[in-house]
Design a protein around this ligand. Structure first.
Ligand code: PEP
Ligand code: MN
Length: 337
């Protein structure tokens, strides 16, 4: 349930309320809004608790949270969550652009890509050091060496670094180098991994599982939020359908639908969503038009030579042209980009 504190409630009153909620055997999450503070009490609610809390002087009202994803729900927080990681800002009217190669391949490749995507309008650099590949014989990534190269690319360009972490054992290591922890589509329901990144205070980019419903997607985000990490970006990257003309089917309605349900920022990944480079520019513009808070786009200095996901990867020139178009769309809608 949501305990809405009175407008003039002091920090001390909020702390007291948190203690009371914990005494009742529930978890308390304090959400500070511009208007007032709410305490979300999550857990088993005993009968009579709502009335008891409502009778407290410092409490305006107590409301049940109807959605199964409690902290992610708009019922708990009306204002948009803005995720910030160095050069990257996503949400609340600001569009973030994460771009770079599918995989980190060499120092030369990632440094060159970083400069190129920055020149083209990216606000963060992506690159996989640990790669979740369908075949165990495919390139698995440069691992820690790749993370070091990403950090070097950040030093060279000032761009925040977004990279995937695949297992709880690597969370500490990836945190040493990354600004944003990416949870890949295949790991969306890896609950121990979600809890492990939730225990950090690094922003998390959570990709939708190709067979996950929106409710499952939001409940996956809830695992991270429940550990006290409020910095979660949701990323629609396409789902599995009967259709085979594109690698996945990219449902853009995810954006306005999620907007109604959650305060978390929402991104579109048109690269994995289509699997076809020529479709990426128009799907990027469409994503911005339907209200996406950002884009995740694969870009390589020489797409034909990319060791992974070459077919969906843009050249630096195509990326710059895509961002130019997206900027016009964003400005027409009053968004910052
Ligand atoms: C990626 O971003 O390179 C990636 C592997 O994406 P996904 O988890 O969406 O397949
Ligand atoms: Mn990829």
């Amino acid at each position: 349930m949501i305990i809405v504190m009175k407008r003039n409630a002091t920090q001390e009153m909020v702390t007291k309320m948190v203690r009371r909620v914990e005494e009742l055997g529930m978890k308390a999450h304090v959400i500070v809004g511009t208007e007032r503070t709410v305490v979300a009490a999550i857990g088993d609610e005993r009968g009579g608790v709502q009335a008891e809390l409502e009778s407290c002087d410092e409490v305006e009202k107590v409301l049940p949270i109807l959605a199964p994803y409690k902290i992610a729900s708009k019922e708990t927080r009306k204002e948009p969550t803005i995720v910030t990681a160095g050069s990257l800002v996503v949400g609340g009217g600001t569009i973030g652009i994460i771009a770079g190669p599918c995989s980190v391949e060499s120092e030369e490749q990632i440094i060159e890509a970083a400069h190129q995507v920055k020149a083209g309008g990216a606000t963060a650099l992506r690159g996989g050091a640990f790669k979740p590949r369908t075949s165990p014989y495919a390139f698995q990534g440069m691992k820690e060496e790749g993370l070091k190269l990403l950090a070097a690319a950040r030093d060279a360009t000032g761009l925040a670094v977004v990279t995937e972490v695949m297992t709880p054992h690597h969370v500490e290591m990836v945190c040493q180098y990354a600004d944003v922890l990416q949870i890949g589509a295949r790991n969306m329901q890896n609950y121990h991994l979600l809890q492990a990144v939730g225990e950090t205070r690094k922003p998390v980019l959570l990709k939708r599982g190709p067979s996950a419903t929106i409710e499952e997607f939001l409940l996956a985000a809830e695992y991270v939020l429940d550990q006290g990490n409020s910095q979660v970006i949701l990323c629609e990257r396409g789902i599995r359908t009967f259709e085979t003309h594109t690698r996945f089917t990219l449902p853009l309605a995810t954006v306005p639908y999620l907007r109604e349900k959650t305060h978390l920022p929402i991104m579109i990944d048109p690269s994995h969503g289509t699997g076809i480079a020529s479709l990426v520019p128009s799907m990027s513009a469409a994503a911005i038009a339907c209200g996406s808070d950002g884009l995740l786009i694969e870009v390589h200095p020489n797409p034909a030579k990319a060791v992974s996901d070459a077919a969906q990867t843009l050249s630096p020139a195509a990326f710059a042209a895509t961002i130019e178009t997206c900027r016009k769309v964003a400005h027409a809608l009053g968004m910052k980009m």
